[in-house]
Design a protein around this ligand. Structure first.
Ligand code: C2E
Ligand code: MG
Ligand code: MG
Length: 312
């Protein structure tokens, strides 16, 4: 209290001061090093806070904008290994902030989830991805799928399936061209309810994949009961293929177990030819990663498809 008194004497507003103390104490509680007990409100925390507030305002602008505000989508191709052809794209969102520049999804999606703005923003993402898909279909690429990442909060909305179907009807894309990706952590939320929704989506012909497989909550036992049709093996199992002792890699075993459960397997984050060769030799169905292409703006994605078509 004496410190507060002294600071007040320096002209600090008491509410501001209380807010700063709260923020610093929360930081200290959440600090990853348990032994770290003290945390001071300084310029680092302040600029982090300002950045967070700016992103939240940008997210509100996306929702309020009749267009999509600073929301942009890039599309990363997925390659079918046996045929060596592009069989689909994953839609990956980015935020173009007027003051912060490009903000990656790993930074702004958690804030969109925290504020629940992911519900309207997620719908904008779905509709944007469907418009890209419609474009592909119009150009004659009729054997591709476009997948969208979906947060738990979105999937748990009672009208999620209805909204998805309504958008697909309005934009003119059919369910067999649509994929959704759910991270493993989603399974920790409400397994039965989520599995029921997955089941409904599958019955409609929509593809459902578990993203980042192997890193989180799911086990093969739970996986067996899940109605998904595809597993995306997390990048860390693909990175491990670069280790010297390749004979210890379990990536091949994950692929065969997933196949036994009747799932298609996509390898994420494939960057090197040696990884592609291992995955092909072990029967992996599809790969995604910088080796094939980085995520691309819509025009560049279309250009990649037509370049591939020209090469035959
Ligand atoms: P994810 O769905 O697992 O997407 C794959 C991430 O790995 C993407 O990062 C992609 O750019 C990156 N990546 C792909 N190939 C490679 C590679 O060869 N090497 C490396 N180092 N990275 C590669 P990005 O775009 O930053 O997205 C990160 C995560 O943000 C996504 O992981 C997904 O969980 C989430 N996310 C992205 N877009 C959306 C969205 O529209 N909605 C929701 N809810 N989440 C999204
Ligand atoms: Mg994904
Ligand atoms: Mg992933």
């Amino acid at each position: 209290m004496q410190v507060v008194g002294e600071l007040l004497a320096c002209g600090q507003d008491v509410d501001q001061l209380r807010k700063k103390v709260l923020i610093a104490s929360e930081k200290s509680i959440n600090h990853p090093e348990a032994s770290f007990e003290a945390c001071f409100f300084g310029p680092d925390i302040e600029s982090e806070l300002i950045r967070t507030e700016t992103i939240k305002r940008d997210l509100l602008d996306i929702v309020d904008d009749e267009g999509d505000g600073g929301l942009v989508l890039q599309f990363q191709p997925i390659l079918d290994l046996p045929s060596n052809r592009i069989c689909g794209f994953e839609a990956l969102c980015r935020l173009n902030s007027a003051s912060l520049g490009r903000v990656p999804p790993l930074e702004f999606i958690p804030l969109a989830e925290e504020t629940k703005l992911i519900i309207p923003i997620g719908l904008k993402i779905i509709r944007k991805a469907f418009r890209f898909l419609r474009n592909l279909l119009d150009l004659g690429y009729t054997d591709l799928t476009v997948s969208v990442n979906i947060s738990a909060i979105q999937l748990l909305q009672h009208d999620f399936v209805e909204q998805l179907l309504q958008s697909s009807r309005e934009i003119g894309v059919s369910p067999e061209h649509i994929g959704i990706e759910l991270t493993e952590s989603i399974l920790a939320t409400d397994y039965d309810e989520i599995n029921h929704t997955i089941s409904t989506l599958r019955q409609l012909g929509i593809h459902v994949a578990i993203d980042d497989f192997g890193t989180g909550y799911s086990s093969f036992a739970r996986e067996q009961a899940l109605r998904v049709d595809c597993l995306k093996i997390d990048k860390q199992f693909i990175d491990s293929l670069l280790d010297d002792q390749l004979e210890h890699a379990i990536t091949g075993d994950i692929i065969s177990m997933a196949h036994k459960l009747g799932h298609c397997v996509v390898a994420e984050g494939v960057e090197h030819e040696s990884q592609r060769q291992y995955l092909k030799a072990h029967g992996c169905d599809k790969i995604q990663g910088y080796l094939v292409s980085r995520p691309l703006d819509p025009d560049a994605a279309l250009e990649l498809l037509s370049a591939k078509a020209r090469m035959g």
